[in-house]
Design a protein around this ligand. Structure first.
Ligand SMILES: Nc1ncnc2c1ncn2[C@@H]1O[C@H](COP(=O)(O)O)[C@@H](OP(=O)(O)O)[C@H]1O
Ligand SMILES: [Mg+2]
Ligand SMILES: [Mg+2]
Ligand SMILES: [Mg+2]
Length: 290
């Protein structure tokens, strides 16, 4: 989070177009935050698989020593770890890193849409996640500290206070920078009272966790495993659900394809996930085959 803020304050974002589609940018903040996270995790956990959005690191990828994070969150360490995680083999763990989610919004100054996502998959299931929001409250406080949410399925979550969504209307959140005709068709099928178009997969799941929307619906192949692993784990640790548009969980195993090719469908705790999924017309679902 500090790296992301430092790049923004210096003013030169170093924007590169990744060329794999519309609005697919990378900045110096994406590159540096990923180097920090991957170097820190690799040093502490050499046996696991770590996959980052901005590609594999190179041998010349020495990071400054003050970028190597070694301390742990005492709140998390005070919890009792479920036995299945204690005995897990490092080979069964994949960490999916999105060093900066919401890059388009970052470059446009919509800073609270930005999150840092670190998702932990065990045997292919997204079970653990960290969502750091460096600019939380930045419009209200002068020098925002940011906040860090975490969740572990079977343990719970922390770093924020969950809120239930309102019961008198139905609000859906979706992309603001990667929409198309099919994305819109899916939203229309759900007949929401309100649509909130915001940036970032992490930010949209924050909207579900804080009661600002009931569902996150994105009928598009545009998200990747690093976008959804951490948000899925935190959401599900608190009783929500995140799947593809057919209602099935993705695998986050090390050999999977990166795109979430069957779209994203997330719901807050207390929302009937399957009955919303069932509202999508068959012809729309047919556009997202396995
Ligand atoms: N059509 C597309 N092409 C490339 N990336 C896409 C995409 N649609 C969604 N994404 C990625 O999915 C994440 C959430 O998208 P959105 O904000 O539009 O909901 C963003 O992650 P990054 O900002 O980490 O790249 C975004 O780039
Ligand atoms: Mg990106
Ligand atoms: Mg992302
Ligand atoms: Mg990213």
């Amino acid at each position: 989070g500090k790296i992301i803020k430092d790049v923004m304050s210096r003013g030169d974002l170093g924007i590169v177009e990744k060329g794999s589609g519309k609005n697919d940018l990378q900045t110096e903040a994406d590159r540096s935050a990923q180097r920090c996270i991957i170097a820190s995790l690799t040093q502490q956990y050499p046996g696991i698989t770590i996959i980052g959005e901005e590609g594999p690191s190179t041998e010349t990828d020495e990071v400054p020593s003050d970028w190597l994070i070694t301390e742990s969150d005492p709140e998390v360490l005070s919890k009792i770890c479920p036995p299945e995680y204690i005995t897990v083999n490092p080979e069964d763990i994949v960490v999916w890193v999105d060093p900066l989610d919401g890059t388009s919004e970052y470059t446009q100054g919509l800073l609270d849409h930005v999150t840092v996502l670190i998702g932990i998959a065990v045997k292919g299931r997204a079970v653990g996640g960290v969502i750091h929001q460096p600019y939380h409250n930045y419009k209200v406080v002068e020098d925002p500290k940011g906040r860090t949410l975490w969740g572990l399925v079977g343990v719970g979550a922390g770093g924020f206070t969950p809120v239930d969504p309102p019961s008198d209307k139905f609000i859906v959140t979706t992309t603001r920078s990667h929409s198309d005709g099919v994305v819109v068709k899916a939203l229309e099928a759900l007949q929401p009272d309100e649509i909130l178009r915001v940036g970032g997969a992490g930010h949209k799941v924050l909207m579900l966790l804080e009661g600002r929307a009931h569902a996150y619906v994105f009928a598009s192949k545009g998200c990747k495993k690093w976008d959804t692993c951490a948000p899925e784990a935190v959401l599900e640790a608190l009783g929500g659900k995140l799947t593809d548009i057919h209602g099935n969980h993705y695998s986050y195993a090390k050999d999977v394809q990166y795109p979430d090719a069957q779209g994203v469908f997330g719901t807050a705790k207390g929302v009937n996930h399957q009955s919303l999924v069932d509202k999508l017309p068959q012809e729309l679902r047919d556009a997202f085959p396995y």
